[in-house]
Design a protein around this ligand. Structure first.
Ligand code: DX5
Ligand code: ZN
Length: 230
């Protein structure tokens, strides 16, 4: 299974977000990751639907939108209109999670669920058949540039093992986000992750294209070594 790489626009120059989005596409990114923060679910405030609309017009790769919102259910239509391909909500959000995932699916977007670093893997087991993608946070959400936390590696492994138990879930996208670089991405791939968000690392790389190619090769090899025969 080939892994996928998603630069996080949060790490681009805020004065030149369109150029930041285009840079990711030109460098061979599989999708663009956009972090939406409400200053309530997380302490920080970032971008909103207008930036997603700009990005989806600027690039032809998919927009992967990560909602760090207390009430994501109130914004599903706005992010659908903005052109999001995948809409990720948090399992810890203050909403009816299964109903919100269904709302996302009905708009035509891919529904995704996100877990904070200390949230047990089992909390998402009852909704696995409702989601197209799982995001395991490897930092506390809210800011780019934080250090990778190793504790969620067990969560990733538990979720991958559970997904491999049923044929419909075997190809599940398990994505990681926070403190991802060449070394931490390899650790996550060995634990069962197959999609990698990186902000500081990719936007800070002198050559984003080379960094993406390297990240994809390393993570594909690490994933295959641990999971391909299962
Ligand atoms: C953190 C965000 C991340 C962030 C990652 O709350 O969800 O997507 O952009 O940034 P880095 O890769 O710099 O840790
Ligand atoms: Zn994110």
């Amino acid at each position: 299974m080939k892994t996928t790489i998603l630069p996080s626009l949060l790490a681009a120059d805020p004065g030149h977000l369109a150029e930041g989005a285009s840079l990711a596409e030109a460098a061979g990114a599989d999708a663009l990751h956009l972090d939406i923060m409400d200053g309530h679910f997380v302490p920080n405030i970032s971008m909103g639907p207008a930036v997603v609309a700009m990005a989806s017009k600027t690039v032809s790769i998919p927009c992967n939108v990560h909602l760090m919102l207390t009430h994501p259910d109130r914004y599903v239509d706005a992010f659908a209109k903005a052109g999001s391909e995948t809409l990720l909500i948090h399992i810890e959000a203050d909403c009816d999670v299964p109903a919100t995932l269904e709302q996302i699916r009905r708009t035509g977007m891919r529904p995704g669920i996100t877990l904070n670093p200390h949230t047990p893997a089992e909390t998402i087991f009852p909704i696995l058949d409702q989601i197209a993608e799982i995001l395991v946070m490897t930092v506390r959400p809210g800011y780019g540039g934080q250090s990778f936390m190793p504790e969620p590696l067990d969560t990733i492994r538990t979720i991958r093992e559970r997904c491999l138990q049923s044929r419909d879930l075997a190809q599940m996208t398990i994505m990681v986000d926070g403190g991802i670089n060449a070394e931490t991405a390899e650790q996550c791939a060995a634990a069962g992750a197959n999609a990698f968000v990186a902000g500081t690392y990719l936007y800070g790389a002198g050559d984003m294209s080379a960094a993406i190619t390297d990240l994809r090769a390393r993570t594909t090899a690490a994933y295959e070594a641990h999971w391909s025969t299962r």
